[in-house]
Design a protein around this ligand. Structure first.
Ligand code: GDP
Length: 464
């Protein structure tokens, strides 16, 4: 960017369109990682150098490469969005990027469902979150290559036009696909095979794919691009010269830089030396950007990343931010640059976003701990639906302090900690044994709640 643009907040770049951010959700082993790898791999094959840009925590695929990958399905002249940005970490970590209020979000989600396995607990969790956050999504009905009777043809999209029905589906596959459509409808979504969907905002399209052979990936990209262009374009308008706004994906040590945050910037620009406010465990952290780090070009995907410093990043982009005092930063929390505003205003904005996520707590109830703000919100939301009271909800490992809080409960069933995707510290575990506090650990919300409800039932039976 030219210096003059960078210096003027209302310069010619105001109103530029950013790349839509896509997250991949679904049950374990249904193929989230394989699908992301396939998309990245085919992007590299389709384009020359520069086909994809590795960001921190995400991968950007430009429109011309998507168009090549999708064959005749995507005509680049029909689009003015720059491409798609895929969040690299699938599953629960993406929850934190799926918040509709406050901080950041994935603009669209791909819900991966193994056609053979159908809806599973984590699929339902994901669906709940998508519903609650009103995030548009499409379903990738994955592993079609394993269904008997499937006729593979990796060179052709599965469904070329609405008129031409797929001649590759088998009755076995049809049946499985209709089961998925049925599950979606049981969960309150109107869904259909994607080639019959007219309005992707009102209806969920199901795209048969194989992350193994790559079949259906062109179709998937076509639907993602079409959906973004038609329904998300206005939300993609960013103020490139304005103060950066983003979300923390992960809080990590980086050699030579201490604690850093990996963040996705979804509006404005972040520059070296900018003052930033980051959501932390004990409230907003005010600090200055010491360095902005990006993966070195040509760095191998998914190997130890080597970084290079950049002077600035603009939306939508993934970047590692090195700054002092980030130890208590939280995954899922907002990051905001202070530029032309009062620092107090920005602190207030971050506090408001954190409060928005904070869950209502009862006087007496369980203690819940989760790995990110997004997953904490998801877990708390589900507990509320089950009318299970919560006395304390926080991001982080289970510590002795949590056990002491749970130990003050009067109701025996409330002497409980639910740990979602976090560790239980050794001294906390010892203390829990002594204090007769039950700690349930799981990476699946439904499982966690089921374990707790079984426990309550056992206590009630014993009391009778
Ligand atoms: P994740 O846990 O959802 O990220 O699932 P993975 O991507 O790790 O996939 C789980 C397993 O399913 C791996 O052994 C993959 O090789 C396999 N797998 C994923 N997608 C496909 C597919 O489309 N076809 C076949 N045959 N296997 C697949």
């Amino acid at each position: 960017m030219a210096e003059t643009d960078a210096d003027s907040d209302d310069g010619p770049d105001a109103g530029a369109l950013r790349t839509p951010i896509v997250a991949v959700l679904g049950h374990v082993d249904h193929g989230k990682t394989s699908l992301l790898d396939k998309i990245r791999g085919s992007a590299v094959t389709a384009g020359e150098s520069g086909a994809i840009t590795q960001h921190i925590g995400s991968t950007a695929v430009p429109l011309d490469v998507i168009s090549k990958m999708a064959g005749d399905l995507v005509d680049p002249t029909d689009f003015d969005l720059p491409g798609l940005l895929f969040i690299d970490t699938p599953g629960h970590h993406s929850f934190s990027t799926l918040r509709s209020r406050g901080g950041a979000l994935a603009d669209i989600a791909i819900l991966v469902v193994d056609v053979n396995d159908g809806f599973q607990p984590q699929t339902l969790e994901a669906v709940d979150i998508l519903k609650r956050t009103a995030t548009p999504f499409i379903v990738a009905a994955n592993k079609v290559d394993t269904v008997p009777g499937w006729n593979p043809n990796p060179d052709e999209p599965i469904q070329v036009t609405k008129e031409k029905q797929s001649d590759r589906a088998s009755s076995d596959l049809d049946e499985k696909l209709y089961e998925i459509i049925g599950e979606l409808s049981d969960n309150g979504f109107s869904a259909d095979m994607y080639w019959r969907v007219q309005n992707f905002q009102a209806n969920v399209g199901v795209v048969p794919v194989s992350a193994e052979t790559g079949e259906g990936v062109p179709d998937l990209l076509t639907v993602l691009m079409g959906l973004s262009q038609r329904y998300l374009k206005e939300e993609m308008s960013v103020d490139v010269g304005g103060p950066g706004v983003g979300t923390v994906l992960e809080v990590k040590e980086a050699r030579g830089f201490g604690t850093t945050v990996d963040a996705v910037v979804y509006d404005g620009t972040v520059r070296e030396d900018d003052q930033i406010v980051v959501g932390g465990l004990n409230g907003p952290i005010v600090t200055d950007v010491r360095a902005l780090l990006k993966p070195k070009p040509l760095a191998e995907i998914r190997t130890e990343q080597e970084f290079e410093r950049v002077e600035e990043v603009a939306a939508a982009d993934g970047v590692k931010i090195a700054a002092p005092d980030l130890d208590s930063a939280m995954a899922g929390a907002p990051v905001r640059v202070v530029r032309d505003q009062d620092v107090d205003e920005v602190i207030e904005a971050v506090e408001a976003e954190l409060a928005d996520i904070a869950v209502s707590t009862a006087e007496e109830g369980l203690v819940v701990k989760a790995d990110t703000l997004g997953s904490l919100e998801a877990l708390s939301g589900t507990l509320e639906e089950h009318e299970i009271p919560v006395v304390r909800a926080e991001v982080g490992d289970v510590a002795p302090r949590d056990v002491r809080v749970a130990g003050t409960a009067n109701e025996p069933t409330n002497r409980t900690i639910l740990a979602f995707g976090v560790d239980v510290l050794d001294d906390a575990r010892d203390l829990a044994d002594q204090e007769d506090v039950n700690v349930f650990e799981n990476d699946v919300i439904y499982q966690l709640i089921e374990d707790y409800e079984d426990h309550v039932e056992a206590i009630e039976t014993a009391q009778q």
